[in-house]
Write a protein of this length. Structure first.
Length: 120
């Protein structure tokens, strides 16, 4: 079996300047504008994905809070409470997260009324 030796420097450093590099005094200088331009699409995609993940986490928290309220107030287990929220969402043709937000808002208003009436 023949053994091959690899020139690591040659493999990692192909001849000729890379598109984003230029020769200057025997050293390569990275042209940041070329690198930035070639990666802006990827950066934009990553920002959009990050924003989507943040929105998903936020809506998941709202849904979870509403789910807990429905479980407590209607004396349902988790599956039944989720089915109830999904049914409300489908019947009103409203996103589940929006239904959950409405439930939380109504609960906050109810709590505020109770606090106001108890202080009178």
């Amino acid at each position: 079996m023949e053994s091959k030796s690899w020139d690591v420097e040659a493999a990692a450093d192909p001849p000729g300047p890379a598109p984003a590099e230029a020769e200057r005094g025997g050293q390569r200088e990275l042209r940041l504008d070329a690198v930035a331009g070639s990666h802006m699409g990827a950066v934009d995609d990553m920002r959009a994905a990050n924003q989507q993940l943040r929105a998903a986490v936020a809506s998941n928290r709202v849904i979870g809070a509403a789910l807990g309220m429905v479980m407590e107030r209607l004396h349902l287990d988790r599956e039944a409470a989720l089915a109830h929220l999904i049914k409300l969402s489908q019947n009103s043709n409203t996103r589940l997260a929006a239904v959950a937000e409405q439930i939380l808002a109504a609960s906050e208003q109810d709590s505020a009324r109770r606090i106001a009436s108890s202080s009178e």
